[in-house]
Write a protein that binds this ligand. Sequence first.
Ligand code: ADP
Length: 601
Amino acid sequence: MDAATEPESAPERRAADLPQADTTLVRTAVHLETTSRVGQQLTTLVDPEDLLGQVVVMIQGGFGYRFVGAWRVTEKGDCAVLSAAAGQAGDAPGLRLPLDSGRAVTEVCRTGNEHESAGHAADPQACAELILPLRLGDKVMGALELRSDRAEVFTRDERLVLQMLAGQIAIAVRNAQLYEREQTRRHLAESLEEIGRELSSSLDLEELPGRILERLATVVPYERCSVMLQDGPALRIAAQRGFPDEGRAKDIRIEILPDDIYLQLVDTRRPLWLDDVTQVPGWRLVEWLAVNRSWLGAPLIVKDRVIGMISVTRREAAAFTADDALLASAFASQAAIALENARLYGELNRAYATLEQLDKTKSRFIEIAGHELRTPLTVIKGYTQVLQTLPVFQGDEQARTLLDGTLSGVSRLYEIVNSMLDVSKIDSRTLQVHFEPIWIGAIVMQVCANFAAAMRERNLTLITWGLEDLPRVEADGDLLLKLFSHLIVNAIKYTPDEGSITVTGTVVDENAVEIVVIDTGIGIDAAHQELIFERFYQTGEVSVHSSGKTKFKGGGPGLGLAIARGVVQAHGGRIWVESEGHDETRCPGSRFHVRLPLRQA
Ligand code: ADP
């Protein structure tokens, strides 16, 4: 106000003050309106960048400032970035300054203290500058930089309004960040679930690393990326995306040096990211690759061991955030599981192929040995039988005993060779089955009768039940004889003297009959109840391999049940055993069930 024209009287003075009061009032009204509009805007926007972009424009227009800039402190807390700017002669959005740059705005971000000055070094037309911290409690989230072409524009009132605005902006930015983070987390959870499902469905170790990178691109954008697996003292690329030369990329082997960043991943088991690898001393760049400045690495951890890493790069500096690291690392855990599964599956497949080969060799051996042994055995058996009839031996008691022994040994061998041939036919699916209607009860009773002497010798009681009532069954009589012989021989063999063997027959329904051979023997552990049907499988509990076929725990070649199962399956039936377990003192016994269809399809 001009002192020379100052009026004398109070009313006059008031009247003279009017235009000034009027402008102040108008200005205050505009400020209030701007503040309220900014406030409204703050509550509706959810993207922090959008939000700041609009707010600076509103403040710059509403308050008539020369320049308004909104700075944000990076997540790492080491830099301030100009997120949004409006007006003239200010810095360009995206400018990044380290917090220790010494500039007024970074000082405000670092200390949280306001700054006011009568101008700006780089902007001669600015006559006043005010920088307000955007703070929430102790945390400085950024700064609001305001410049005016008029001096002394930042009056006490105006500052109060601006401080209030800064407070509101800080809250809104925080909310927007929280919302964004929540969205990211949701997105992460959803994509990871989906990715986990997809990755775990692939068991192909060749194709999986490539799939992993393809899927990673959906959660963390990158220019180049690779799955690197540790191979002794080096890392090799198992898959890559974005490399210009696929062949050369495959050959990349990076030696792990003592101060390698990979070793930091191994140590910390956490993701790491670098804003600018060109600033990292000793960082090894591949000469034929364009320089990508941002790097992010996430360890691949399998059973607590780091087996490699996923390495992701972007062209521009400081491209990765803590959220990207979180995503990459969660992703890497899924990928590691999938890689390990695929590796195990591969190993399993190889082991399976080897076993299959061994199994074929075994079948072939049984077949050849069976055929080769049978012919000479037939000759020996025939000649021994002839010898028995010769008069020279008839009168000689000792010679007769020797011949009887030879014949019984040869017959046992003959049976074993026949069993081997049976098994080899079952293996090669060449078992001939001649179906005809037969009285199955009669066959079972005949087998029991065949072993009556052996049972008597061992003082075993035989109980049969329901066999006479069984109907006729479409089956191969010779094979059924073999089947039940093996079961009855086992029942005798694994039951101590004085025990009992019960054989029952029932009609299950209009389609099937069931014969059960029950003994009071040593029983079978649950762990063996499936395996005993495999050829040559013995439980290991057979202590002595005595030659007697029906001696207690006499042992045998381990073929009986394999043949029994082969015969039952050839009839479209089912065989299984029930037993409470193996116990040679308590003798819980075993029950072998054979269920056969009445008719063949
Ligand atoms: P083998 O009797 O020649 O050893 P098998 O194939 O007939 O071969 O039987 C396989 C294994 O199953 C036997 O070694 C034995 O351990 C077990 N086993 C079979 N039948 C019985 C049974 N009735 N009681 C207890 N164990 C049995």
